[in-house]
Design a protein around this ligand. Structure first.
Ligand SMILES: *Cc1c(COP(=O)(O)O)cnc(C)c1O
Length: 357
């Protein structure tokens, strides 16, 4: 009999969150970002669930774009990191992939094959990828000269601090982007990760790019997904495989880091960092059983972790514990582990089966 540990995926919640993103995008269209295996939810199932609604998908790399085609879907797929080799350009053309090109090598490769529809990345302050605004006129002149302007869809930029409502960075990047692209008003513009959808008065132009919000986790500092009106899509669950009474002075697990002050009823849960549950989540990190919130005890092991069942005497071996989902948001667990919901969702390992509803 297989271990009952599972990530339940609520595709109805996914569709709900996409509709919310589209509503917040206003006149812009929301392309569905499904990179990193659909943020750990399974790219094929996620793409199928959103296929009727999302006009484009976005991924990081070619392998992910090909998975969307392997799922039998024919929508345009934007490749946010451009292409990694010259031969990829022809493949993009054949497959209807739209790479976001960010350096001169990639532009040179355009000339060597049939050019696909493509975008140009503009660096407005993130300083990871893209052409500086001052370089754009020369880039555009080169593309014109080479007859490669027809396939250019438009300009893309990415915000560094949209998760922080107190930062002025997004406003400044927006100003720089408008200034940099205004000479080509017929081309499209794409800005806006999930966080930008929650900023008042933030223009999203033609195409916004929501990712994490589709999965019901928060893009904003200090808020959970449900705080923002999002529905959690993944519920990570594992069974209680034993319960026992720990006496005062006894400890649990590696390093004996947690020592009972009073008699404690604990349960062992069949999930650990080998499944992607964060080892940095310490004593007190929330979980839930039978609808009631409980806390972790001691260190997370590779295959199991301990929880405090003292307040839930009816919880028994075989009952399922929610590690995150509808009762405990992944954002709360992430905060306890010193990280963000993105890392937890994308980190659920292949050992955990995904169960779709
Ligand atoms: C990942 C990514 C997104 C989506 O970001 P979220 O914060 O998950 O919404 C948007 N644009 C680019 C360029 C990205 O790399």
């Amino acid at each position: 009999m297989p271990r009952a540990t599972v990530a339940r995926i609520d595709l109805g919640a996914l569709k709900y969150n996409y509709q919310l993103a589209q509503a917040k995008a206003g006149a812009a269209q929301a392309m569905a970002v499904v990179k990193a295996d659909g943020y750990g939810h399974g790219i094929k199932a996620v793409a199928h669930a959103l296929a009727d609604d999302a006009g484009k998908f976005a991924v990081a790399c070619l392998e992910e774009a090909l998975e969307i085609r392997a799922a039998g879907l024919s929508q345009p797929v934007v490749m946010l990191q451009g292409v990694h080799g010259r031969e990829d350009v022809e493949l993009c053309f054949q497959q209807g992939f739209e790479p976001v090109l960010h350096n001169n090598h990639q532009l040179d490769w355009l000339a060597e094959s049939s050019a696909p529809a493509y975008w140009l990345k503009v660096n407005t302050g993130m300083n990871r990828l893209g052409f500086r605004p001052s370089e754009l006129p020369a880039v555009m002149a080169t593309l014109d000269g080479a007859g490669q302007r027809a396939e250019l869809q438009g300009f893309v930029t990415h915000f560094a601090c949209a998760d922080d409502t107190s930062s002025s960075m997004t406003r400044e990047q927006t100003r720089i982007f408008e200034q940099a692209t205004k000479a080509w008003p017929s081309l499209m513009r794409s800005v806006g990760n999930s966080a930008a959808h929650f900023l008042p008065d933030q223009p999203l132009y033609d195409w916004s790019r929501p990712g994490i919000m589709l999965y019901g986790a928060s893009p904003m500092i200090g808020k959970t997904g449900p705080d923002l009106g999002l529905k959690p899509v993944m519920t990570l669950e594992a069974p209680l495989i034993t319960t026992r009474i720990i006496k005062p002075g006894e400890s649990i697990g590696y390093g004996s880091t947690w020592v009972a002050q009073s008699e404690t009823r604990m349960g062992m849960v069949a999930i650990g960092y080998g499944d992607g549950y964060p080892r940095h989540a310490g004593t007190g990190t929330p979980a839930a059983v039978l609808g009631q919130r409980i806390g972790l005890l001691g260190r997370v092991s590779m295959d199991m972790l301990a929880v405090d069942l003292t307040g839930v005497p009816e919880a028994q071996e075989g009952d399922m514990v929610e590690l995150w989902g509808k009762t405990v948001s992944v954002d709360e667990v992430a905060a306890c582990a010193g990280t963000i919901g993105y890392e937890l969702l994308t980190g659920v390992t292949a050992r955990v089966p995904r169960d779709y509803h």
